[in-house]
Ligand binder design. Structure first.
Ligand code: ATP
Length: 260
């Protein structure tokens, strides 16, 4: 039984003729770091939102730990899956610590008192995202990248077995990007499912255990990075001529003349 599974997953936006996603079959397991590539508008966010149960499929279904999402309450889903959205406006001046504490709600309930385990999870998440010094600041007074780290910390505090992240690197400075990718692979090694959408194939080549390409509403490629993140596929996907150079476990894409 897969941790997260979907079959024939199809989604059409209300009032639209063509489906965004059509007949998607996927088995996602704990321990995998799955990167999802695709053009703008390919349906990457839509797929994550369907897997989270935020959108209802037009056809097909999603199973979480063997159970149909339709039969799961929001808090039951949140105990298994944490989600980091693509963008998030801060409207209420909660402190950073309070925001991260909200990640514990699926465990303790909205009115539930936080116990030592909750406090430990919150402090660990603040530390992992380098937010200790910002903990008492209102989130409305943070920069975009700092706020992104708060949302990531909230997802970490949730301590779910699966983590679905929509372009989590967006807005982070270079150091935090590198640290976050390292953290995501550590979380996968700990036995979690980590799935992220990305516009950075080179980064997925290094860190992901599996890469999917979403194109024309379907999974066009699904495999190990070495097979999927290739110049040929990236050229076909993005429509720009690319060559690849492999060096010290990295793969770089570049335009222009191929290496000798
Ligand atoms: N609320 C909405 N109403 C109607 N169409 C929508 C809505 N949200 C998204 N779409 C359409 O659904 C398609 C898929 O959008 P989605 O956000 O899943 O793409 P994406 O792959 O995540 O793109 P990006 O890389 O730009 O984030 C797009 O064609 C988009 O225009």
């Amino acid at each position: 039984m897969s941790f997260l599974y979907c079959r024939n997953l199809t989604f059409t936006q209300p009032g639209r003729k063509h489906p965004v996603l059509e007949g998607i079959d996927l088995s996602l397991e704990r321990g995998e770091l799955v990167g999802l590539l695709g053009l703008n508008g390919a349906g990457k966010s839509t797929l994550l939102r369907l897997l989270m149960g935020f959108l209802k499929p037009s056809a097909g279904e999603v199973l979480l730990a063997g159970k149909s999402l339709r039969a799961c309450s929001a808090s039951a889903i949140a105990r298994h899956l944490a989600y980091v959205p693509q963008s998030h406006a801060a409207t209420f001046p909660y402190t950073v610590r309070r925001m991260v504490e909200l990640g514990r709600v699926p465990h303790s309930g909205l009115t539930g008192r936080s116990g030592p385990e909750d406090r430990r999870a919150v402090e660990a998440a603040l530390e992992r995202m380098g937010l200790e010094r910002l903990a008492e600041r209102p989130v409305t007074e943070l920069s975009g990248g700092e706020r992104q780290r708060v949302v990531l910390a909230r997802a970490l505090a949730q301590d779910a077995a699966g983590l679905l992240l929509d372009e989590p690197m967006a807005g982070l400075d270079y150091g935090h990007q590198i640290r976050l990718m390292a953290l995501l692979s550590e979380l996968a090694r700990e036995g979690r499912l980590v799935m992220l959408t990305s516009h950075r194939p080179e980064e997925l080549y290094v860190r992901a255990s599996r890469v999917l390409i979403l194109d024309h509403g379907r999974i066009e490629a699904d495999g190990v990075p070495g097979d999927v993140v290739t110049a040929q596929r990236m050229t076909a996907l993005y429509g720009v001529p690319l060559h690849q150079t492999d060096h010290a476990g990295n793969r770089f894409f570049h335009q222009g003349e191929e290496d000798e």
